[in-house]
Ligand binder design. Sequence first.
Ligand code: G6P
Length: 473
Amino acid sequence: MTPRPDAVTPPVDEPRASLVVVANRLPVQPDAEAGVNGWRPSPGGLVSALTSVLQRGNGLWIGWPGTSQHRHVPAHYEGIRLRPVPISADEYETFYLGFSNATLWPLYHDAIRPPAFHRTWWQSYARVNRRFADAVTEAAAPGATVWVHDYQLQLVPRMVRERRPDVRLGFFMHIPFPPLELFNQLPWRREIVEGLLGADLVGFQTRQSAANFSRLARRLTTADGTDALVQYEGRRVRTGAFPITADVARFAAAAQDPAVRARAKEIRQDLGDPEVILLGVDRLDYTKGIQQRAKALAELYADHSLDPEHHVMVQIAVPSRESDAHYERERHELEQVVSQVNGDYGLVGRPVIHYLHQNMPFDELVALYLAADVMLVTPFRDGMNLVAKEYVTCRTDLTGRLILSEFAGAATELRGAFIVNPHDLEGVKEAIRSAVRAGPRETRERMARLRRQTMRRDVYDWATTFLGALEST
Ligand code: G6P
């Protein structure tokens, strides 16, 4: 039976909230291991950042519970109220997998895969955005602050503004915002830009994305002004870069935990005590350049720059959007490449690439960061990439080397990394060689620089900086 869109019942008779976070996902997700009605926190720094902010401000989180099955959603999480927005099985296909992840996601990531444009997907996107906007309209107290997140909900600001001009509206885009040449492919480009212009403040990860948006707004609508501020329909709309930071306190604390440190040693032993452990941690996504990395590695084993006895790689690929054809194909191709590299260069009981297609528990992830001598973050395009910042946060003893794509938002800040163009295989190989061979002094200097850039601000500071800028609009 197809679940009805009202399959998740929202709480009734709740007081209205003065601070509302709206994101496609709630901070909790179904946990099959904890039984039919089990829930666990959704992963990611955003949840911790926004949870602390909401705890201090009579906050409410509006989002999709991550399932179209009928489930009782907890009314609270860590002292904040939750309001579920249901998405039907059909909308899961058309809104989530379709318009969000097969139209917008590839289009906003350099069209690495061809974006698909379907009118029915667009209609579903508008319908689901309307449902989120209705939930905000009902739940926000007079004069409330409303913070909408990410590409799944770009129409929400305007929809809310039309009914609730009293609220202060912020929007933050977690992924890149494309340049005009790409964005203009979108048949509904004007509607999307107008949707975002409903906010008082539209924030991005980088100045480049903010400028792309602002220029498009001036090109496609009646908005007029500068990259930082436009006048639109008699209102001022600010745009700017608010680069997201890692959950520094949580990672730094775990990196000092003796049990986690012992586990890092154990991982090294389990891998056969190699000289160098290389690590990749990504959602299994075609934007992440995981295959390129494996191919670069294969060539380095082939030309003896790396030695299978001494250099091993661990690649964590977190399952993601698995029912989408592009993601299925990516997994298939990646697994072929990995098994080929292991077939060609592995030793008995000692593969050169240890590939895990799994979610990683938090402590295990930190132990891997501690065990890894070289961290590879080589996406073709990425809004920020928090893995890079988390790795740096964990390297308290100034060891560890980071290879980072120039196309990740993080590259605008993390200048101490070995910066690479992931499309340039020779360049990636050269960066791996340099990182593997870097002496203790260079490593220490680079890591000290990276840590100065990373440890300055916590993700809580990021959230309060954005909200502060919103309050002053
Ligand atoms: C990116 C997006 C998030 C999204 C996450 C996981 O980080 O910016 O909005 O939640 O990927 O993807 P998923 O489709 O599982 O929500």
